[in-house]
Write a protein that binds this ligand. Sequence first.
Ligand SMILES: Cc1cc2nc3c(=O)[nH]c(=O)nc-3n(C[C@H](O)[C@H](O)[C@H](O)COP(=O)(O)O)c2cc1C
Length: 332
Amino acid sequence: MLSVAPMLDWTDRHYRYFMRQITRHTLLYTEMITTGAILYGDKHRHLDFSPEEKPVAIQLGGSDPAALAECAAIVESWGYSEINLNVGCPSDRVQNGHFGACLMATPETVARAVDAMKRAVNIPVTVKHRIGIDGLERYEDLRRFVDVVAAAGTDRFIVHARIAILQGLSPKENRTVPPLQYDLVYRLKEEFPHLIIEINGGITTFEAAQSHLRYVDGVMIGRAAYENPYLFATADNIFFNSNRIPPTRRQIIETMVPYIQQMRARDIYPAHILKHMLNLFKGKPGAKHWRRFLSETMYQPGVTETVLLQAMEHIPESVLDERPEIPEEKPC
Ligand SMILES: Cc1cc2nc3c(=O)[nH]c(=O)nc-3n(C[C@H](O)[C@H](O)[C@H](O)COP(=O)(O)O)c2cc1C
């Protein structure tokens, strides 16, 4: 199992559509959406997505079982494949709303939330959490959290292998400062072999992902999937046993042209889509030109999908048509 992590401002519907051109099977997550936004906000703005993006898991932020159950039923009817509860976000705003990582202190609350959602829907309900928070940093605390939440029928646990420090660190610092402790996640899987446990945090290559899969059931990749999206061109072959020929970057761009056109007809600015494509050539000759050209042109008035074709002129043909090699061995 391989997935791209939920990331606020990054994994919106346009990014997901773009990633889906690169990998057909990797599970994609939405950004975190609060129960309040769904229940009292513009549902179409928050929930609409293209069927091509599937499978998509929606990540909910909240802790009230009734509100979560109501949202769960809504998002299931909207066509989402899975529901994930955020128990990892350390931001002040989220803490003030009594959800996110602070819920690690009250596993019973998370269990009630999962139970309520499970009763409301037939799709999987999963939990993404940390290995601890300040004051609850021992493995025994983590173990108790998973034990209690598993009893509510949680379908999968995705564990960011760092504690979250709720007092004194920003969300960004909370993704780098607390050290990664993969061994604690492996130990969870060892002690709960019947549970599906995925690992997240600091994984930037497929070699690293494959080595984690010796100990856990799945790998979730966050920042590396945004900073180098084409990394996922061989994901279907390596992790999902697919024979699909990896798409070239040119083919990916060509599929995005009609998408941008289609979205433009619905008054979506091309920049909202193009911004996610800036890293497509990461590490390749022409990458800087691509980034610079798109960044400079995408916010200009009247810009259309044709900027993609113009930006392509800055890239050597060999790079546009290059296909990554699929490793011979498929260990998973
Ligand atoms: C820009 C950004 C936004 C994020 N937003 C969320 C979010 O909405 N929900 C969540 O559970 N985690 C969020 N995260 C954390 C990631 O899902 C992931 O747990 C974290 O980045 C560690 O994985 P990585 O080292 O592979 O990036 C965010 C991370 C980044 C970089």
